[in-house]
Design a protein around this ligand. Structure first.
Ligand code: PHB
Length: 397
């Protein structure tokens, strides 16, 4: 149930106008809605700070999908409203509120940073706004705090790290430690790595972290030699990952580095030789051969002038998911039962391969093992096949 009076009023006004016009002219209600105001889609993403490039890539890919559909989804023109969330959790509730109450968006797509996602979640649980998470992996959103109006087109922090933990232990490593930023994504990916590594017989020491978005990693790296670990696992992303991988290589440590794939995603050019040979696990990689991926990568490169990465894929799939929902209700976003049923049942032809929605409304997908080589994250195997997040505590049925 949407509770924001202003939002409800504006939606009713649109739908009401369409419906009475349809009655008067004996045209179907859906046709009338399609002729009504554009559908407002708010993009709450980082366009500045350490995750700026991630937000840009998500946005570009959303625009590509909308353009492919002729500028309309479910017959409705799409109006994009962008807001830079700066990856600042403290501003998140206010920013999300601006989109929902002031701009009265019909759909909110956001965001990248797990802490900011919690602020969005608080607002959209209250307002009932349809929300699609195009990156942030915080488990709560599709576990104990899951909500019928919130869907994720990306991953949970647990998924790729769990795959990496399994793969590293299967390679014969016995003792490891997780290095990361001290916030939800770091802790939850550490938990995933531990689950996977220990399931396959290894031992993971307590996580070592620095505050987000700090990029002085010396306090972490200085501790490694005395720990006696034979592999180091890690979560960093964006600008921070560039710096971390360079410092790790420069430190000349014996233990090889591995991690959630964000460690080397969209960053290889800047990391250069420092990333060579680093193995990571992620739901995307280079060398995935399918028609959708080939077409998407070309479209992305043509528009952005750079290679696509996982963030771009997740943005594209957020828009693909929205298209599935809006097609099912022919643009009538008020038809919630039908809309949510279509979104829950969505099976997408993603550039990462075929994907589906889990009961908790997160993506079920392959987690690939990749090795950084010559500027690419080459897929060298499947770390976990068709992996769903456990969705613990989610009561959506
Ligand atoms: C997150 O905060 O959930 C997050 C941020 C960047 C990533 C992955 C996860 O690349």
């Amino acid at each position: 149930m949407r509770k924001s009076a202003a939002t409800v009023l504006s939606r009713r006004a649109v739908v009401g106008a369409g419906a009475s016009f349809a009655a008067a002219t004996a045209l179907p209600r859906s046709w009338a809605i399609a002729q009504a105001k554009p559908l407002k889609v708010g993009l709450m993403l980082p366009y500045s700070g350490t995750f700026a490039k991630l937000g840009e890539n998500i946005t570009t890919a959303i625009e590509i999908l909308i353009a492919e559909k002729g500028g309309k989804l479910g017959g409705r023109e799409i109006q994009i409203i962008k807001l830079d969330d700066e990856s600042k959790p403290e501003n998140a509730p206010q920013n999300a509120d601006r989109l929902v109450k002031r701009d009265q968006v019909d759909v909110l797509i956001g965001t990248v940073h797990s802490g900011v996602q919690m602020g969005i979640h608080k607002v959209v649980q209250e307002s009932g706004t349809l929300t699609i998470v195009p990156n942030a992996g915080n488990v709560a959103v599709t576990r104990q705090l899951c909500a019928k109006n919130v869907f994720r087109s990306s991953f949970t922090n647990w998924q790729p790290a769990y795959g990496m933990g399994l793969a590293a232990a299967k390679k014969g490593y016995k003792k490891s430690v997780w290095l990361t930023w001290d916030y939800a994504a770091g802790a939850e990916s550490g938990a995933g790595f531990k689950d996977g590594f220990e399931k396959a017989g290894g031992e993971v020491l307590p996580t070592l972290s620095v505050p987000f978005p700090q990029t002085n990693f010396q306090p972490l790296l200085a501790q490694i030699p005395s720990l006696g670990v034979d592999v180091v696992g890690s979560f960093f992303a964006g600008g921070g990952a560039v710096q971390f991988v360079k410092e790790y290589a420069a430190a000349g440590l014996k233990a090889p580095l591995c991690g959630s794939g964000f460690l080397t995603e969209g960053t290889l050019e800047a990391q250069g030789a420092a990333a060579e040979g680093v193995e990571t696990a992620l739901h995307y990689g280079d060398g995935l051969e399918n028609a959708k991926n080939t077409a998407f990568r070309k479209a992305f490169k043509d528009k952005a002038g750079r290679e696509a990465d996982v963030y771009a894929v997740q943005g594209y799939d957020a828009a693909q998911l929205l298209a599935v929902g809006l097609d099912a209700v022919k643009g009538d976003i008020e038809d919630e039962a039908k809309l949510y049923a279509a979104l829950r049942g969505a099976k997408l032809d993603s550039p990462r391969g075929p994907i589906s929605m889990s009961p908790a409304q997160n993506i079920t997908q392959n987690i690939y093992l990749r090795r950084a080589q010559g500027g690419q994250n080459k897929v060298i195997g499947i770390a976990a096949e068709n992996l769903a997040d456990p969705g613990t505590g989610c009561k959506l049925a």
